[in-house]
Design a protein around this ligand. Structure first.
Ligand code: ADP
Length: 619
């Protein structure tokens, strides 16, 4: 080949290469040259994107290529070399400023005359911005997908109906509950208007008017609508329609939710009906009916109450009614009421109320805790009757008993003293027969005296004349005295007293002794001779507790709480032969109550009974 020609050809090649280079440099961010096997980068003009290489380097892969993409790059190189074709690859690079970027790189092989690759000439573009946009787009898509899944879960798991109307009144969304109600699928229901989804004309018109109104006002609408349901009968729905605004603030759709409130409405109606029925009954009766709420304030008094007191209901509400109670009953009854209230237990009590004529009337009240439908405590309801006449009768009877007892007491006392004197004289005259008869007479008179004293005590108690003379004493000593007396007077039973440690109380010593004696004499009275009676006093829960147990006839479960009522006696064939008036335990109860103690009985019929009382202790 002539030198000149060769030279010209080389020049031509250089020129064309330079032109090409200029073009590439103008259109690319990076240009590079590589050895035929890509091992050495002979030159890199990285623009401001990649660091330039002044000298050839063989570690360009580690220097510029992201570790995770290196393998990919090697593979692409291998293919390009093998096939002697263009290398083209998008991969991550380490940028000049140290951050990570994306590049799209292409390299062409340059051949010698033998067709061997003498060099690779490459150009690359920074595509980081596009990649970032693609990534952002993907992230946004993922977030939207996630949000869509969340909303779908919400809308498909609620029994409420959720839907969206386009402005042409067609449904653009309906949740599963709504599709199920229509009995339609998404494809057959979406894009359809109300009328096409089975709504009656009036109903469809109503909602379409509402859509117009929302578009015009941008305000939401709430309403209630009732219509018959094919399967469920008449249903009532509460719905709310909301404007969906676009970026310009214009309504672009109307979203709605609808809730089936038929059951709530039905329950409300039932409640209102039963409330009305209750009011009617309460107003029509002459029983005194009142209710209170869970905080013990009275909330209702029927007409009987307002008629009796001559006061409007509002004067009686909350604790207003207490002002009308007799001063002697106020504190006591409020205590009874509040105690029952706190314990959620029924109450049974009598008190006097001032009527419109300025007289006191006796009311007997039964109160019961009442509950809300869920079972939680709602307050009390009480029913009362006027027992003034009964009380007056009772008073007359009491007066009579008290008078008779008084009148009997004087002759009885003198009869007793005559008998005692006569007995003494008969004994002195060694007339044992007469002395024996007088002895028995004395015992009978003693019995009579005790009965009469009992009556006197009751009438004293009723007229409030019973006095508690409290003193500090040791129960152990009292038990010792009671024991001695019981052992002397008793012959027929095995009375066993437990050991008593010293327990100090502040009480009426004589009356407490009377209570214990009463327990013992009942135990004797209601059990067979020779059976065992146990008497014990001990400290239980910080209180002095006295109990007597017998092996007698026992008491029915239903009778147990009534034993302490006045004149109450168990009606039983076994009881017929045992005399008594049913006042002993009543007196015991009154005495213990006045000491802030408790009194009760436990029993099994045929096995025996145990009577208890407790007293507060002192240091
Ligand atoms: P009385 O014994 O005079 O009838 P109480 O008030 O002492 O009056 O007792 C009331 C009723 O309680 C008695 O009538 C009897 O039915 C019953 N009772 C009292 N103590 C016992 C007991 N230990 N065992 C069985 N029943 C008893």
């Amino acid at each position: 080949m002539p030198h000149d020609k060769g030279h010209a050809a080389a020049d031509q090649l250089t020129q064309s290469e330079e032109r090409y280079r200029a073009l590439v440099t103008a259109t690319s961010d990076v240009v590079y040259r590589m050895s035929p096997d890509w091992k050495v980068m002979s030159q890199l003009d990285g623009g401001s994107f990649l660091l330039d290489t002044g000298e050839p380097i063989d570690n360009w892969v580690e220097k510029y290529i992201h570790p995770e993409d290196q393998q990919k790059v090697y593979e692409a190189i291998e293919i390009a070399i093998r096939t002697k074709t263009i290398f083209a690859l998008e991969h991550r690079v380490l940028r000049a400023d140290g951050t990570l970027g994306w590049t799209f790189s292409r390299a062409v092989p340059l051949f010698n005359e033998q067709g061997e690759i003498i060099e690779w000439f490459g150009a690359a573009n920074d595509v980081s911005a596009r990649k970032q946009t693609e990534q952002d787009l993907q992230d946004a898509k993922d977030a939207a997908e996630h949000q869509k899944r969340t909303y779908e879960t919400i809308t498909s798991s609620t029994p409420d109906l959720i839907y969206v109307f386009a402005l042409d009144y067609t449904f653009s969304y309906a949740n599963e509950a709504l599709l199920a109600m229509w009995g339609k699928t998404w494809d057959t229901a979406i894009g359809k208007r109300l009328i096409e989804n089975g709504y009656e004309q009036w109903h469809a018109d109503m909602h379409e008017r509402e859509i117009d109104q929302i578009v015009a006002t941008k305000q939401s609408i709430r309403g209630e609508v009732a219509f018959p349901h094919a399967v469920l009968g008449r249903r009532v729905y509460d719905y709310i329609l909301n404007p969906v605004l676009n970026a310009q603030g214009e309504v672009e759709a109307v979203a709605g939710t609808t809730r089936d409130i038929s059951d709530i409405r039905a329950a409300e109606n039932t409640l209102a009906e039963s409330e009305a029925r209750f009011r009617m009954m309460a107003e029509a009766t002459n029983i005194y009916i009142a209710t209170s709420d869970e905080s013990s304030n009275a909330t209702y008094f029927n007409q009987s109450w307002t008629k009796l007191t001559g006061r409007p209901q509002k004067d009686l509400l909350a604790y207003g009614w207490v002002d009308l109670l007799h001063p002697d009953d106020q504190e006591r009854h409020v205590k009874v009421y509040e105690k029952a209230f706190k314990a959620h237990k029924p109450l049974h009590d009598a008190f006097r109320v001032l009527n419109s004529e300025g007289e006191y009337r006796w009311l007997l009240i039964d109160g019961f805790p009442r509950n809300y439908m869920d079972g939680s405590f709602a307050g009390f309801i009480s029913a009362g009757i006027d027992i003034t006449e009964l009380k007056e009768d009772e008073q007359r009877k009491n007066d009579f008993i008290s008078m008779v007892s008084h009148e009997l007491k004087t002759p009885l006392t003198s009869a007793l003293s005559y008998v005692q004197v006569s007995k003494k004289r008969a004994t002195e005259a060694n007339d044992t027969v007469t002395a024996g008869m007088l002895e028995r007479t004395e015992k009978q008179l003693g019995k009579m005296t005790r009965i009469i004293n009992g009556f006197l005590n009751v009438s004293r108690l009723e007229s409030g004349k019973i006095q508690i003379d409290a003193q500090r004493f040791d129960m152990a000593e009292l038990m010792e005295e009671v024991k001695e007396e019981a052992l002397i007077s008793n012959t027929g039973h095995q009375i066993k007293f437990g050991y008593t440690k010293s327990i100090w109380v502040n009480a009426d010593r004589e009356k407490i002794a009377q209570v214990i004696q009463n327990f013992i004499s009942n135990a004797v009275k209601y059990s067979r001779p020779n059976s065992t009676i146990q008497v014990r006093c001990k400290l239980v829960d910080g209180k002095a507790q006295v109990c007597t147990s017998d092996e007698g006839i026992g008491i029915n479960h239903e009778d147990l709480p009534k034993l302490f009522e006045r004149f109450y006696r168990v009606k039983d064939s076994e009881m017929r032969n045992i005399s008594g008036f049913g006042i002993g335990l009543y007196l015991c109860n009154e005495i213990i109550k006045r000491h802030d103690g408790d009194i009760w009985a436990e029993s099994t019929v045929g096995e025996g009974s145990t009577f208890y009382f407790t007293l507060p202790t002192v240091e």
